[in-house]
Design a protein around this ligand. Structure first.
Ligand code: CTP
Ligand code: CA
Length: 222
């Protein structure tokens, strides 16, 4: 681990991290979600803490405690959007590791949905894009980092997301590999920067990826 506390490379900086999949409610007892474990986001929050930053971790998952971070618990994408806009205004960095659901159930039933016919159709509606909202913030964080899990055309899709969302960096993750990614302790990524550089990181721990990312964030701030 790198230098702790006030000597760390992010001493005095405020870093906001999102982690895990959002939970999109159907009724009081059910929600739609995805396989994101929140491990990579938690590791990033820990690496930022170790580097001396003050850290806010916005999450919808039940994550292991990250000692020293401010935890903001949210459920759906819309709640996460509000929390991100509030907590990242004027921050040094925002790292969006959360797997935000693209769609939510169009209506949220007030009462538990009872079973009826053999078939039940759900109507879904698009969620807001949090990073597109961040792009237009008056007090946009200085460094904004996105994540992209792709099952094909990794670099082309990642590069277009970096541009479209106005990001400083994007961590691209090839989910067609079975030895990394969702739920795993390991990951294999390419970190793209807005200056066009691409830094591949071979299969390694999510902690190691987090530390490399935090070093890149610190160098962009410094
Ligand atoms: N993201 C977001 N708001 C959303 C969806 C995604 O801010 N409603 C963020 C994610 O946290 C991630 C980045 O955008 O950092 C890329 O997410 P991804 O799902 O790969 O991109 P999408 O724009 O949703 O495109 P698609 O799923 O269609 O590939
Ligand atoms: Ca998506």
């Amino acid at each position: 681990r790198q230098a702790l506390g006030q000597d760390g490379i992010l001493a005095g900086q405020k870093v906001v991290v999102t982690a895990g999949g959002t939970r999109e409610p159907l009724d009081p007892v059910r929600y739609l979600t995805n396989h994101s474990s929140g491990k990579q986001g938690t590791a990033i929050a820990q690496a930022a803490l170790d580097a001396g930053a003050s850290v806010t971790l916005i999450t919808s998952a039940s994550l292991p405690a990250t000692i020293g971070a401010q935890i903001v618990q949210v459920e759906a994408a819309q709640d996460m959007l509000e929390a991100v806009l509030e907590h990242s205004a004027g921050a040094s960095a925002l790292i969006m590791a959360a797997a935000v659901a693209d769609y939510r159930p169009a209506t949220r039933a007030k009462q538990k949905i009872k079973k009826g016919d053999d078939d039940l159709s759900l109507s879904l509606t698009r969620n807001p894009d949090i990073l597109l909202n961040v792009k237009d913030m008056a007090q946009r964080p200085k460094v904004v980092v996105g994540f992209a899990a792709e099952s094909e055309n990794l670099l082309a899709n990642a590069q277009s997301k970096l541009m479209r969302k106005g990001l400083d960096m994007l961590v691209a993750n090839d989910i067609s590999a079975t030895d990394a990614g969702f739920g795993s302790d390991n990951n294999r990524v390419v970190i793209l920067s807005k200056d066009g550089t691409q830094r591949p990181i071979e299969l390694t721990s999510k902690e190691q990826i987090a530390q490399t990312l935090i070093e890149l964030v610190a160098s962009q701030l410094g």
